[in-house]
Design a protein around this ligand. Structure first.
Ligand code: ADE
Ligand code: ZN
Length: 344
């Protein structure tokens, strides 16, 4: 059982979450949008949503995710999604969140939603979130790795063209990993790099070390989203440790999509013990029903983490994110005022 003091620390400490899909929309908002936009969902109550959100693997999860996106249509919808994310972040004492969205596939673009609609709604939401909740919400535009080279190149160009109006912190890469090697989009990521934009990629979630090496080699990523299957190759672990490359690990998500049978068998603690820089995240809390604090509590409980471990995980998300170390001072001041300066 996790100690009461450690649980309290997890709840109270100012945190960052950098792997979080904002277009995985919570059911209460989906139901509101469905009604407002006159779109039918396969469920019409919160209980129905829970029943519907059951997946045996990543593919099944991604299918459900795309389907629910069909109710998001207007700028106001995107605004409300961002605002709700800020409210929920504040409840968990999250002060900084990097929110991902995957526009250029059937989730948004394929349904005819203009990028401006998403961009203006999210931008207004970001401003309101800062004002109302004091949370710094930033965005990462994801490229769907199952899409064609041409579509992703066009999407990357569009994101870069809007850079002044909608300042993204990075471009990422997500969706089904199996059968879709990252080097198919090498030129897209070279283009992104040449245009001065940071890069990240989901990898090492469904596929092993070879997929992680591809993201390193063909996408020149700053960090790895998931990356957990790196544990299967010693040489790769040495590389990640040497480069201080952050892994944005989502333990509950990995278990719920069947990547690991349980938290007990998840490699997060082995990665930490090997000296890999790790932070914890919820991935798609709206779908998995469990948030960042739940991820901390389950991992701390199962692996008997110490106070130093927990603070290390929290600080990593503030040390290696895409906004420099802008918010590190907030948590370090919090540690000083709670007589925990030895962890700084
Ligand atoms: N999109 C949302 N969640 C994802 C995940 N866990 N893996 C890949 N793509 C995703
Ligand atoms: Zn993800």
């Amino acid at each position: 059982m996790i100690q009461k003091e450690l649980r309290q620390l997890i709840e109270d400490i100012p945190k960052a979450e950098v792997h979080y899909h904002i277009d995985s929309v919570p059911p209460h908002l989906l139901l509101r949008f469905a009604e407002r936009n006159k779109v039918k969902l396969p469920f019409d109550t919160l209980e129905g949503a829970k029943e519907y959100y059951k997946f045996k693997d990543l593919d099944e999860f991604l299918e459900v995710l795309q389907l629910t996106c069909s109710v998001i249509q207007t700028e106001e919808d995107y605004y409300e999604i961002a605002l709700d994310s800020g409210r929920e972040a504040k409840q968990q004492n999250i002060i900084y969140r990097e929110a991902m969205f995957t526009y250029a596939n059937d989730s948004h673009q394929g349904r005819g939603v203009a990028f401006e609609t998403l961009m203006d709604g999210f931008s207004a939401g970001r401003k309101a979130v800062k004002e109302q909740y004091g949370v710094d919400l930033r965005f990462i535009a994801e490229l769907d790795r199952t899409q064609s080279f041409e579509r992703n190149m066009a999407a990357a160009k569009m994101y870069l063209e809007h850079k002044e109006r909608f300042p993204l912190v990075a471009i990422g890469y997500d969706y089904a990993e199996m059968g879709y090697p990252a080097c198919r989009h090498e030129e897209v990521f070279r283009y992104i790099k040449e245009h001065g934009m940071d890069r990240t990629a989901h990898c090492g979630e469904e596929v092993g070390p070879e997929s992680v090496w591809e993201s390193i080699r063909c996408q020149d990523v700053y960090r790895l989203d998931h990356g957990v299957r790196s544990i299967e190759e010693e040489k790769l672990i040495d590389y990640l440790v040497g480069k201080e490359m952050l892994l944005t690990v989502c333990p509950i998500s990995n278990v719920l999509v069947g990547a690991y049978p349980s938290i007990q068998e998840h490699p997060v603690h082995d990665l930490m013990k090997r000296g890999v820089k790790v932070c914890l995240n919820s991935d798609d809390p709206a779908f998995f029903g469990l948030n960042l604090i739940d991820n901390f509590i389950q991992v701390a409980d199962v692996f008997e983490l110490t106070e130093a471990d927990v603070i290390g995980l929290v600080r990593n998300a503030l040390l290696y994110n895409f906004s420099g170390q802008e918010h590190l001072e907030t948590i370090d001041n919090w540690l000083r005022s709670h007589n925990k300066e030895q962890y700084i």
